[in-house]
Write a protein that binds this ligand. Structure first.
Ligand code: AMP
Length: 217
């Protein structure tokens, strides 16, 4: 499986990627998670990224492209992946296309997960994340089975991301509209785009993604 999920913050990309990762033996490449880990570890990348992330702006294309290139060219890197949060600009998409050509890899399909604005805001502001494995939860729609205990890794630190506050969310949605949504047209022109209704319950969205991937391969 080599797919890309595109959608506004809160569309459910991370939730779906985590489910698919398990059943398809694929790796989730969530650039937001990578950056948050780098920020917590205080690495050079993390320090550079933090100021952009706190305001809901995108980290620069140069940094992001370098990060993805390094990941994909590591010896033994998985041939099966789910892109979640990269690319986020047309420049990133172009660089990613070049990288895949160089590595002789083909993208199976790009899936746009479309969700209505009010639901996006409710999902983001109620979102909680496991600090250890980044598994996503929601205070109302998807709380952990045992309070403050991650269903996946058993960690006990389930927190709210700083950029999931209402003020930052408004900016992140603007950034999505301006900088990321042009990718929809970009991949449509390449005949790779499929759109699905992300307002549906999680399991239904998963089934639709699986059907699309099976058709595309
Ligand atoms: P996410 O977890 O995908 O919502 O990403 C959180 C934040 O990380 C974003 O608001 C950006 O600041 C940054 N980020 C993640 N992926 C990218 C990317 N591909 N390009 C630029 N910034 C990114």
């Amino acid at each position: 499986m080599r797919i890309m999920l595109i959608g506004a913050p809160g569309a459910g990309k991370g939730t779906q990627a985590k489910i698919l990762e398990k059943s398809y033996n694929a790796v989730q490449i969530a650039t937001g998670d990578i950056l948050r880990k780098a920020t917590e570890a205080g690495t050079e990348l993390g320090l550079k990224a933090k100021s952009f992330m706190d305001l809901g702006h995108l980290v620069t294309d140069d940094l992001m492209i370098k990060l993805i290139r390094e990941k994909f060219t590591q010896p033994g890197f998985s041939q099966s992946w789910i892109m979640d949060g990269f690319p986020r600009t047309v420049a990133q998409a172009e660089a990613f296309g070049e990288l895949l050509d160089e590595l002789n890899l083909k993208l199976d399909c790009v899936i746009e997960v479309d969700v209505e604005r009010p639901l996006l805001i409710e999902r983001i502001t109620g979102r909680r994340v496991c600090r250890n494995c980044q598994a996503p939860y929601h205070i109302k729609f998807n709380p952990p089975k045992v309070e403050n205990t991650c269903d996946y890794c058993g960690g006990h630190d389930i927190y709210q991301r700083d950029d999931d506050s209402e003020e930052v969310v408004t900016n992140r949605l603007k950034v999505y509209d301006l900088q990321t949504s042009p990718l929809i047209e970009y991949y449509k022109l390449k005949n790779l785009l499929h759109k699905l209704d992300g307002n549906l319950p999680v399991e239904e969205v998963t089934t639709k993604i699986v059907n699309l991937v099976n058709e595309a391969r």
